[in-house]
Write a protein that binds this ligand. Sequence first.
Ligand code: FES
Length: 178
Amino acid sequence: MGEKLLTISELNLEGKFVGFVGDTGKFKYLRLAIPAGDVQVKLPKELRASLGSSLVPGEQIRVDGVSKLDPHTGKITFKANRVKLTGSCPNHNLTPQTKAKIMVCQKLGCMKRGGKGLLSELEKTLCDRGLLDKVTIEHTGCQKRCSSAPNCVVRIGKKQYKKIHPEAIASLLENHFT
Ligand code: FES
């Protein structure tokens, strides 16, 4: 039986991203170097894939979330709600650049499995978060990955992301353009 954790405070930590911790490829936790030492922060599921493919060790990031206390053991854990880049490391250019591109498959295989809903959810999320003018949304033909429909590909700078949720796309864009 798991102990119920008590939320003790909001978390706003700024520091250097050291790397991911835990099972390879799962990106469940990240390690952050702050003046007081290294801390481990649990990442929300919807951000793991996008952060796993975009964060580079050495980058300055800000983690917003909560700290929780296990009343039984006294152990404090940190959980992120949001992770933002705050600066650039010397070998990673993060200056804002041209529009990102989102290519959404609108062929039958994807349409039958939620392609239309994906497109409208994407447009709504980007609109709600003030990001619509930062992207070009393209409708494409079959992207040859019908088994993982509905599909979209996000291209931001030189990076490309597949199979990520509209909320995660919006977070990626915010990280990129701020
Ligand atoms: S129909 Fe969308 S990937 Fe094939």
